[in-house]
Design a protein around this ligand. Structure first.
Ligand code: SF4
Length: 357
């Protein structure tokens, strides 16, 4: 731990073996101290949040990943699909609440063509040009390439022309193909996921990246996943934030697996901060972590609590007990109580307002 601490203090990059060592270590407080130091170098005493509206267009999905509680077959009870008009209205009704982002992610619907998605993006963009549209995980973009026969670059260019501004980080799960064959065999491969982000960065889009942990993967798989993200960011920078997502077993095909512990969640935040020295922001996604763990993780390297969200369906299908959205005042209080300065940001981390006192 001392030699790792020395390297961190000297700004040197940690190796695979050092990342694995950190996961196996029980010295949580030293880990937290190192991660906090890194966080402060990137964002000082600020902790970011944004005010967004999540729009989940449909839960009908042909992929049916083992870890997912959201996807349904078309004939299942509870299956739904928003029309273009419904999606537009759902977004529009949140605009008076001061949102700065539409965050649109969905299932891989077997029948909807690319035009459906393009129309939703362009309707929202034309009506609300100042609201940033972050939409469609790389797994969805790969799905769009399959249904349209177009290359990722062509799909992204069409979406960009319609008003898409950035990509969220979902669908990465663990970037290891033999594991993906077990947990999500019908969606993008590791290389396909990476390629979408590579192309998006080349087209000038910012994106986020994630890791779904706490299912069938090993500690080594987690570190290898982080190293792949670090390598892509070196090669083709564009990731704004990394978001570790704990697997939520309820109502999934892996229900026998126990939910990750708070220690694992906090360690994962801290190790991500230390391994991903070239990604500026690490997000504690409160919807999945729960607000108390998310708040504590601010002392372990996280510098973002995500957004006020307003209403979210995907994680709640997996039994999360957090509220479907919280107000801006509540988020500000959670950040202040942890001793940080709440900062409202836009999607790509431009500062909109600081709440210094
Ligand atoms: S994780 Fe996404 S792709 Fe997989 S079943 Fe759920 S909605 Fe479908």
């Amino acid at each position: 731990m001392e030699s790792i601490a020395d390297k961190v203090l000297q700004g040197q990059r940690l190796t695979r073996e050092e990342g694995i060592f950190l996961y196996r270590s029980h010295d949580l407080l030293t880990l937290g101290e190192l991660a906090r130091r890194q966080k402060k170098e990137k964002s000082g005493s600020y902790v970011f949040f944004n005010v967004n509206r999540h729009i989940n267009l449909s839960n009908v999905c042909h992929a049916r990943c083992q870890f997912c509680a959201f996807g349904r077959d078309q004939e299942d009870p509870g299956a739904y699909l928003m029309t273009v008009e419904e999606a537009f209205q759902f977004g529009a009704e949140a605009v008076p609440f001061g949102i700065t982002e539409f965050h649109i992610v969905s299932a891989l619907h077997p029948d909807m063509g690319l035009d459906y998605y393009l129309e939703i993006i362009s309707r929202l963009h034309e009506a609300f040009p100042s609201i940033h549209i972050q939409a469609f995980s790389a797994a969805e973009i790969v799905h769009f390439t399959r249904i349209s026969g177009l290359a990722p670059e062509e799909v992204l260019k069409k979406l960009q022309a319609a008003g898409l501004a950035s990509l969220p980080g979902g669908g990465a799960e663990i970037l290891k193909d033999d594991l993906r064959q077990k947990i999500c065999p019908n969606k993008a491969s590791s290389e396909e996921w990476l390629e979408v982000h590579r192309v998006a960065h080349k087209l000038g889009m910012k994106t986020n990246c994630t890791m779904l942990y706490g299912h069938l993967e090993s500690i080594e798989d987690r570190i290898d996943h982080l190293l792949q993200l670090r390598r892509l960011q070196d090669e083709s920078p564009g990731f704004k934030a990394f978001i570790p997502l704990p697997f939520l077993p309820d109502n999934t095909g892996l229900e026998h697996i126990r939910r990750t512990s708070a220690v694992d969640d906090i360690k994962t935040i801290a190790i991500s901060r230390l391994m991903l020295d070239n990604i500026d922001h690490v997000k504690a996604f409160w919807i999945m972590l729960g607000l108390p763990v998310a708040q504590i993780s601010l002392e372990f390297g996280a510098d973002d609590l995500d957004g006020t969200v307003i209403e979210e369906r995907i994680m709640h299908a997996a039994g999360v007990e957090t509220k479907k959205g919280i107000t801006q005042d509540e988020l500000i209080q959670w950040i202040r109580q942890a001793g940080y300065i709440p900062v409202e940001r836009d999607t790509v981390y431009n500062i909109l307002q600081k709440y210094e006192s």
